[in-house]
Design a protein around this ligand. Structure first.
Ligand code: SF4
Length: 467
């Protein structure tokens, strides 16, 4: 799925205890830019305990093109965010961090995920006098915190217990930095330590290398962490906590150089290619992975099968952001402009085409057409994840369920015909779990969310509101 049919909605980064906190956040967000390209924001806690925030629409390098912007963010504690929005929450107003400031305190909030009871909470808060300034869900937590009594940590805990869904929050408050992960650990969040002292938190560990931080551990499901006087204070939400990390993080969203729950993403994808070979091999001449996220699975498949792994598709790296526009026409045009087939490699060959996942199927159809036009003799598609058949309620813009290929085509044969391949096979849910090495651990779904593949979600979904 090289041209994004699926959109992870965000990436978060936070620094505590470094005088260059905003600059570090800039570099951390640079490593997380693949998680969202629509808007970006960085906020710092100033010496006089105020929150200074700059955000804008566009890529990090566009929003912070003027170096004076970053230089103006002075403070040793910072949070940052990159974002892909849902249709209803576009624009700079809804970009994160959101700052809720009153006479007695300021709260800066950024998060990755989606709240499944957001509508219900918003109606309740509005009835009780809250006035919302944005359309997104981010502001909700600020309003909930404002209505609680106690220390900031106590108020945060009480508020998070009212929220349902998936979240990895990074928060700035007059009293410092706070991070929190939902009780199912659906969205990733890791903690690192800077060699110069201080701590960093990020959606993915790939953001640690760039700032010279050493990975310490993942933030646990239901855990809240704050740093006070250089000491890590950990506390847990008083509710049932379990592990249900989004399996699509392994399949597609995360960078191959990131580690999730101690497992390297490239290695997991490579194993998914090996499992795919074991489950659904077919005679062919070469293996081709769809660049970039399917390359690791293609390496695994080729190694297991003994077939040459060829670079039959080339990605044009100089296409602008036009292709994140969520219209069907642009997506289709994007495929044509973004990929080319290498005729001398594919002509006359029986190809095993490896893709990490299929959502709508339109991009797959175009890629197959590219290969056929370049003279491929046969194209056998092997997909390194199960059929993406059900919606995601946890922060992934998985489009209208009726558009999902596996939802509106009843049989494998119907899907094969639509994509126009000689054969089509998907990795089984068991094969994916095996590739992640979550097998045999942590109960149902082995510590993974597999909702979009199995229709079994780790939280209760209020179906009438969440779709
Ligand atoms: S439903 Fe799918 S995309 Fe959404 S969190 Fe679960 S595994 Fe990830």
């Amino acid at each position: 799925m090289n041209i994004k049919e699926l959109h992870e909605e965000c990436g978060v980064f936070a620094v505590q205890g470094n005088s260059e906190a905003a600059t570090m956040t800039y570099y951390g967000l640079h490593a997380l830019q693949h998680r969202g390209q629509e808007s970006v924001g960085i906020a710092v806690l100033t010496e006089d305990q105020k929150i200074n925030c700059i955000k804008g629409e566009g890529l990090l390098t566009e929003v912070f093109a003027d170096p004076k912007k970053l230089q103006s963010l002075v403070g040793d504690t910072s949070i940052g965010h990159v974002r892909y929005p849902t249709n209803s929450s576009r624009g700079v107003l809804n970009a994160h961090p959101i700052v809720v400031a009153t006479t007695d305190e300021s709260i800066g909030i950024a998060f990755n995920g989606a709240l499944t009871n957001a509508t219900e909470l918003k109606i309740r808060l509005e009835k009780n006098g809250s006035v919302f300034h944005t359309h997104g869900e981010t502001e909700l937590l600020g309003h909930l915190i404002r209505r609680c009594q106690g220390t900031f940590l106590e108020r945060l805990k009480k508020s998070l217990l009212e929220i349902e869904g998936a979240y990895s929050y990074v928060l700035l408050h007059n009293s410092g930095l706070y991070v929190a992960r939902d009780p199912n650990g659906i969205r990733p969040l890791s903690m690192g330590k800077l060699s110069t002292g201080g701590y960093v938190f990020a959606s993915e560990t790939c953001a640690f290398d760039i700032v010279g931080a050493e990975f310490i551990r993942d933030v646990e499901p239901g855990e809240i962490i704050t740093i006070q006087d250089g000491e890590v204070i950990s506390t847990f939400l008083e509710t049932k906590c379990t592990h249900a990390l989004c399996s699509m993080e392994y399949v597609y969203f995360s960078r191959p150089d990131s580690d999730l729950e101690g497992k390297n993403v490239h290695a997991v994808r490579k194993r998914s290619g090996i499992e795919l070979y074991k489950e659904a091999h077919v005679d062919a001449d070469i293996v081709i992975g769809v660049p970039d996220s399917s390359i690791s699975a293609a390496i695994g498949y080729a190694e297991a099968s003994g077939l040459p792994n060829e670079m039959g598709l080339i990605k044009n790296r100089y296409i602008g952001r036009t292709f994140i526009q969520p219209t069907q026409e642009l997506r289709e045009r994007g495929v044509r402009m973004k990929l080319s087939a290498i005729t001398s490699i594919v002509k006359g060959k029986r190809i095993i085409l490896i893709d990490d996942s299929i959502v709508r199927g339109t991009t797959s159809k175009h890629i197959v057409a590219l290969l056929r036009t370049a003279g491929a003799k046969e194209v056998h598609m092997r997909v390194a994840s199960p059929e993406f058949k059900y919606p995601c309620y946890y922060g992934v813009d998985a489009t209208d369920p009726r558009e999902l290929l596996a939802q509106h085509h009843e049989t494998n044969e119907e899907m094969r015909e639509y994509i126009d391949v000689d054969s089509l096979a998907f990795l089984s849910p068991a094969g994916l779990i095996k590739a992640t090495e979550h097998e045999g651990s942590r109960g149902v779904n082995c510590g993974l969310c597999m909702g979009c593949f199995t229709n079994k979600y780790p939280t209760n979904i209020k179906f009438d509101e969440a779709v």
